[in-house]
Design a protein around this ligand. Structure first.
Ligand code: UD1
Length: 340
């Protein structure tokens, strides 16, 4: 079986490739345009798995280049479409860039899925589609609120595009996976999150300030209506997210009556505040973080965490890593980067 991973050099893409190479005999083809990653990722994947994969530098907004890839590999059986911009704050500042990239690349992937009759698609969605929700945890049935950022809206639109497309293409199947907050690194410490510029996500910001690359961490607001005033998120280990992708594809392949389209939350079900993340990091690393309280960040929701029953039932999946594991592995990766 040949599987195409878009955004393969990125954070979640690379961990999913590792999981796939370690647990299946599928052939993996990866594409990326290195807008927030580098080709080195594939060396790290090879170091961890002992396997080399074929990879391409393609911008999926380029219709012809995307089509050419599918022509070269006209036996692709499954696509996992990770490639997208993902910074909430950047999307607030530059919405057109987000709509252009995230929507057009998905349209081109769907057109190729149809043209080349690729039976299975997994689409990377996000819990940000829910917006600000009062009743927690959120289930897949929880109605959306207004999204807080263009990034989140691109994911709402993306899910709808996939749904409308699959409805009129009954031979094809798709699952949209709504990630909560993926963090942590591969247990080897040899692969992890590697933003090319100053990180916008919390955990790389924490590890980079702990190692001294950044001078101070700012907590974006402590006046939210939560237990300690800081935002609540459902942090989930990136390797747990990766294993869910492999299981999702396996379920699509082996279960003939699997719904032709489904939406599944990927979270641990546990809400954790920003201060609790900091505390967990300090506990497992024995380091004190230099942080200050700043203004709220535009685009943030106050609190969200998942009901993950559907993932457990449909995918036979269970997250296994704790918040301490997430912090420990993220720190191991940051130290590994620093040795270079
Ligand atoms: C959002 C999405 C998530 C998506 C991710 C992609 C929500 C609820 N979640 O994550 O599904 O995968 O974008 O980037 O929309 N923070 C600080 N200081 C920092 C950085 C972050 O206090 O320097 C706080 C944020 O205000 C937030 C929490 O840490 O409360 C997590 O932020 P971040 O890691 O950026 O992820 P989200 O924006 O929650």
């Amino acid at each position: 079986m040949k599987i195409l991973i878009t955004g393969g050099a990125g954070y979640i893409g690379s961990h999913t490739i590792i999981e796939m190479l370690e647990t299946t005999n599928w052939e993996v083809i990866a594409v990326d345009n290195y807008s927030n990653s580098t080709e080195d990722t594939y060396e790290r994947i090879e170091k961890i798995t002992g396997k080399a994969i074929k990879y391409y530098n393609i911008d999926l907004k380029d219709k012809d280049a995307t089509h050419k890839l599918f022509l070269e590999h006209n036996d692709i059986q499954g696509i996992i479409h990770f490639a997208a911009f993902k910074s909430v704050s950047e999307s607030v500042a530059n919405p057109l860039m987000y709509y252009d990239n995230n929507i057009n690349s998905l349209l081109n992937i769907l057109a190729c899925q149809k043209a080349f009759k690729v039976p299975y698609l997994i689409f990377s969605s996000s819990c940000s589609v829910y917006g600000n929700i009062n009743e927690l945890p959120v289930t897949e049935e929880t109605p959306f609120n207004k999204t807080e950022s263009p990034y989140a809206y691109t994911k709402q639109i993306g899910e709808q595009l996939v749904a409308d497309f699959i409805k009129v293409n009954p031979a094809l199947k798709a699952i949209s996976l709504r990630y909560f907050n993926p963090v942590g690194a591969h247990k080897s410490g040899l692969n992890g999150e590697l933003p090319l510029s100053t990180p916008s996500n919390l955990v790389p910001y924490i590890t980079q300030s702990a190692i001294g690359k950044l001078s101070q961490l700012t907590i974006f607001g402590n006046d939210y209506n939560t237990k300690d005033g800081t935002c609540v998120r459902d942090y989930i280990h990136v390797s747990d997210i990766a294993s869910a992708h492999v299981l999702a594809l396996q379920q699509l392949i082996k279960t003939p009556h699997f719904p032709s389209q489904s939406i599944i939350n990927l979270g641990t079900g546990v809400g954790v505040t920003v201060l609790e993340v900091i505390e967990a990091f300090e506990k497992v690393t024995d380091k004190k973080l230099n942080y200050t309280i700043g203004e709220r960040r535009a685009g943030d929701v106050a609190a969200i965490y998942a009901n993950n029953d559907k993932a457990k039932k449909l995918l036979n999946w269970k997250p296994i890593y704790t918040i301490e594991d997430m912090m420990r592995s993220a720190w191991k990766w940051e130290q590994c980067l620093n040795k270079k």
